[in-house]
Design a protein around this ligand. Structure first.
Ligand SMILES: Cc1cc2nc3c(=O)[nH]c(=O)nc-3n(C[C@H](O)[C@H](O)[C@H](O)COP(=O)(O)OP(=O)(O)OC[C@H]3O[C@@H](n4cnc5c(N)ncnc54)[C@H](O)[C@@H]3O)c2cc1C
Ligand SMILES: *[C@@H]1O[C@H](CO)[C@@H](O)[C@H](O)[C@H]1NC(C)=O
Ligand SMILES: *[C@@H]1O[C@H](CO)[C@@H](O)[C@H](O)[C@H]1NC(C)=O
Ligand SMILES: *[C@@H]1O[C@H](CO)[C@@H](O)[C@H](O)[C@H]1NC(C)=O
Ligand SMILES: *[C@@H]1O[C@H](CO)[C@@H](O)[C@H](O)[C@H]1NC(C)=O
Ligand SMILES: *[C@@H]1O[C@H](CO)[C@@H](O)[C@H](O)[C@H]1NC(C)=O
Length: 455
């Protein structure tokens, strides 16, 4: 039961005095119930604080998505695992989550140029995973301030961080590690031409050290289990599903947030603090009383489109992954946007996971079409006997993903200005525009932000 449904139907428009709206008081209003917002709500609740968690969709999880199939089978086609470390395990035990080591669905990878459907060779001199990891780690470890995953840049900012990644690859002879780096940083799109800073922020010391020290774990019975248990812990009356914030009024002593649910109900929530966890873009913050600094910083993001799907009835053989390579793009033979990254065997017979990385104008329909077109090319090229009517069993947009700003803005102190927003007018920020896009380091960063609140 959603709390909004219990409230008297409010017809008050925003033009009416806000004091006429049904109102609530909480310590913290959290916007976004993905991995970060859910974690923040759980932490605050365990510290005895009151929260209102506002989520646009009808479930918690954000980038975490599980497709449940008959016979207790499931496919995690968004988040697959969390770092196997103390922070994750403490969180899991607080929520009573059983977990297991995350193992790949298959260790066999075939390489195909998805543009032609024909088999192709991966990049030259491919290093084994461990060698590639250690070589890349050694090369990036000079940027110590980035090692927690936050955008804490050295002052002055080393020019190398702002140069295209291919220069760093050539200086440090990382050609053989490109495939591995791409496995984690494919969301940047054109990897070789992405500034080094953003490659490191998508695959840096936190991710490498997790791989070297225990790997990844996942909740038994799907990542959704984590969010279902978290929802129970947070308690239904504190979670507003299918709801967004449409108006804010913030000052140093507190915030007033008006939220609107999909049935049109408005609720006014007064709180000591506001925590924004989704990417703070001008469109996601429509109706907010943005300061000139917020307005200026949030107008600078560029992003990628990112779609995740589970497909079945493909005709592809079980037990293999098919990676997309582009021999025209050297070094590394990496595909260029818009691209379907990989067909990854899910471990459930007949089911493959896939991801589409594309520029901002690439729609969900374009993405679905690309999936079907690529399978057709493989059939026409005689590479795989794919079917003519594959089924997209689950599909999600994770856009906007990979939020970046231009190197000139980085040089002019974008990130120190961004962190300078923390606490202004009782407002705090977390999520993958503030720290690397991986749950465990995001939780750690979020702990720091919650610790800054004066509650
Ligand atoms: C396909 C995919 C696979 C991934 N795999 C892994 C993995 O295996 N391990 C890992 O650690 N990380 C993985 N990641 C990274 C993942 O993004 C982070 O781990 C983490 O989920 C980010 O959480 P978040 O809460 O910051 O953002 P999100 O998950 O994006 O959460 C934001 C939430 O805010 C909601 N929202 C958006 N706008 C509004 C609004 N206006 N009002 C209210 N609510 C709103 C959204 O619906 C969403 O629930 C993966 C990402 C993708 C896309
Ligand atoms: C967690 O965050 C704190 C800052 O809040 C930082 O000092 C620490 O190094 C981080 N831990 C890891 C493992 O990154
Ligand atoms: C796994 O989770 C799904 C969805 O919540 C549920 O329907 C199913 O019963 C669970 N299976 C097991 C074995 O717990
Ligand atoms: C902050 O806003 C609240 C109401 O929104 C108001 O009562 C209070 O006086 C304001 N405080 C300051 C310091 O402006
Ligand atoms: C998207 O924009 C690019 C230019 O940036 C253009 O070449 C391309 O055709 C556009 N694609 C779609 C699907 O509109
Ligand atoms: C596709 O099917 C045909 C006819 O059954 C068979 O001869 C061929 O070997 C198959 N090709 C592949 C790649 O499996």
């Amino acid at each position: 039961m959603h709390l909004a449904a219990l409230l008297p139907l409010a017809t008050a428009s925003l033009a009416l005095s806000q004091s006429n709206l049904p109102g609530l008081t909480r310590d913290v209003v959290i916007l976004g119930g993905g991995s970060t917002g859910t974690y923040a709500a759980v932490q605050l609740r365990s510290q005895g604080k009151t929260v209102a968690l506002i989520e646009k969709k009808d479930k918690l999880g954000g980038h975490a998505e599980t497709l449940y199939l008959p016979n207790d089978q499931y496919v995690n086609y968004g988040i697959e695992g969390f770092f196997n470390n103390g922070l994750t395990k403490t969180y899991f035990s607080k929520l009573d989550i059983d977990y297991e080591l995350l193992l790949p669905g298959s260790l066999i990878t075939k390489y195909v140029d998805f543009r032609t459907g024909k088999p192709a060779l991966p990049g030259d001199g491919l290093l084994d995973t461990l060698t590639g990891l250690l070589l890349y780690r050694a090369a990036i470890s000079q940027f110590e301030t980035l090692s927690t995953g936050a955008y804490y840049l050295p002052d002055p900012i080393p020019e190398a961080l702002l140069r295209p990644f291919h220069e760093f690859v050539s200086t440090h002879a990382l050609q053989g590690a490109l495939n591995l780096i791409f496995e984690f940083a494919e969301n940047v799109g054109d990897l070789l031409n992405t500034p080094l800073l953003y490659v490191i922020q998508n695959f840096g010391i936190p991710q490498i050290d997790a791989l070297l020290n225990g790997g990844y774990i996942r909740p038994k019975n799907g990542t959704d289990t984590l969010f279902n248990k978290a929802a129970t812990f947070i308690a239904p009356e504190n979670i507003f599903y299918s709801t967004t914030a449409i108006h804010t009024s913030r000052n140093e002593t507190g915030v007033e947030v008006t939220v609107q649910s999909s049935d049109g109900t408005h609720t006014l929530i007064r709180a000591k603090n506001l925590l924004v966890t989704f990417p703070p873009t001008l469109s996601s913050l429509k109706g907010f009383d943005l300061s000139p600094t917020e307005q200026s910083l949030f107008s600078k993001w560029t992003h990628m489109q990112y779609y995740a799907a589970t497909i079945t009835n493909t005709g592809l053989p079980d037990g293999i992954n098919i990676a997309n390579v582009n021999p025209d793009n050297q070094p590394g033979s990496l595909p260029l946007p818009p691209f379907q990254w990989e067909l990854e065997y899910s471990g459930v017979p007949g089911y493959f996971m896939t991801k589409i990385v594309a520029p901002a104008n690439f729609t969900a329909e374009d993405a679905k079409e690309l999936i079907v077109d690529n399978l057709r090319s493989m059939r026409e090229a005689g590479t795989y006997n794919t079917t003519e009517d594959p089924t997209i069993a689950a599909f999600a947009s994770h856009s906007p993903e990979t939020l970046m700003v231009g190197v000139e803005d980085v040089k002019e102190g974008f990130y120190s200005k961004l962190y300078g927003l923390q606490g202004r007018r009782s407002t705090y920020y977390t999520g993958y525009t503030f720290c690397t896009d991986y749950s465990t380091p995001l939780w750690n960063y979020t702990d720091g932000v919650v610790g800054m609140m004066d509650l």
